[in-house]
Design a protein around this ligand. Structure first.
Ligand code: KIV
Length: 292
């Protein structure tokens, strides 16, 4: 296991202070982010020294088995954030604002971001796109909640983008993407996710921004990286995007374990004596006598 990152004295014992992320960018220390959706994954990410955990609406696809992130509800993200924050102590936990939870107005965005922090226990929230999301981000930051932006491939509006496709591949679209990232920074975002964009565009955005960029399918020059838990651990049946690196094949490990369990149950090899509970001999005698 890699070297443990430092623990910090902050308002909640050991929590990574948010301003430390900007310091990491300044020092050139890469920021590590991963998604998580429950307490065990939050605990494991914390133990591995991950800096940021995203309770992503990717859960709609990798956990719920849907084809898109659009149907994910605010209540679902609130619940998952409660679970993750029970497991993760040092990492900053960022809760995704699902589609429909911030599009209507700044007031709606603030109200729902407050729920994620107050009920879910999130340290920050994330929303997708530039455009109207800039005003939403400004309003949420104004309410005292840290906001992470997300530009490039924004799965909540994938239909408008023509599907789950790389973005910023023309000079005009690349310039718009950097402009959106700058507008989100001006609105007060503490970091910006860059998803599925050419490395040169990610580099330009990273150079232009003071706040850290977190890349996913954006090359190595961003200030940090994020991957989806199920994709990187080989735990997802769908086709993972080309930018995913698989660090384990848990799907295979689990399938093999389940097959061996099924075989043991069917052959009577499980359970064995060590999996059972003993009873005092005299109690057993008395019990048997009571059955006669
Ligand atoms: O929902 C999610 O997991 C995300 C990441 C892909 C950045 O938004």
């Amino acid at each position: 296991m890699s070297e443990k990152p430092p623990r910090y004295a902050s308002w909640t014992a050991g929590k990574l202070p948010l301003p430390e992320l900007a310091e990491m960018k300044r020092r050139g220390d890469k920021i590590v982010m991963v998604t998580a959706y429950d307490a065990p994954s939050g605990r494991l990410a914390d133990a591995a020294g991950v800096d940021l955990i995203l309770v992503g609406d990717s859960s709609g696809m990798v956990v719920q088995g849907r084809e898109s992130t659009v149907p994910v509800t605010l209540d679902e993200i609130v619940f998952m954030t409660q679970w993750v924050t029970r497991g993760a102590k040092r990492p900053l936990v960022v809760a995704d604002m699902p589609f429909g939870s911030y599009e209507e107005s700044d007031e709606q965005a603030v109200r729902n971001a407050v729920r994620l922090v107050k009920e879910g226990g999130a340290d920050a929230v994330k929303l997708e796109r530039g455009g109207t999301s800039v005003s939403r981000a400004r309003a949420i930051v104004g309410a005292g909640i840290p906001v992470m932006g997300h530009v490039g491939l924004t799965p909540q509006t994938a239909t408008v983008l023509g599907g789950f496709k790389a973005q910023g591949r023309t000079a005009e679209r690349a310039a718009q993407l950097v402009a959106d990232a700058l507008a989100l920074q001006d609105a007060g975002c503490f970091a910006i996710v860059l998803e599925a964009v050419p490395p040169a565009v990610a580099r330009a955005a990273t150079d232009a921004l003071v706040v850290p960029t977190i890349g996913i399918g954006a090359g190595r020059d961003t200030d940090g990286q994020v991957l989806v838990w199920h994709d990187m651990l080989g735990f997802y049946e769908g086709r993972a995007p080309r930018f995913v690196k698989r660090y384990a094949d848990l799907g295979e490990v689990i399938a093999d374990a389940l097959a061996r369990y099924a075989q043991d149950v069917r052959t009577g090899a499980f359970p064995e004596k060590q999996h059972t509970y003993a009873m005092p001999e005299e109690e057993l005698e008395a019990f048997r006598a009571s059955l006669r």
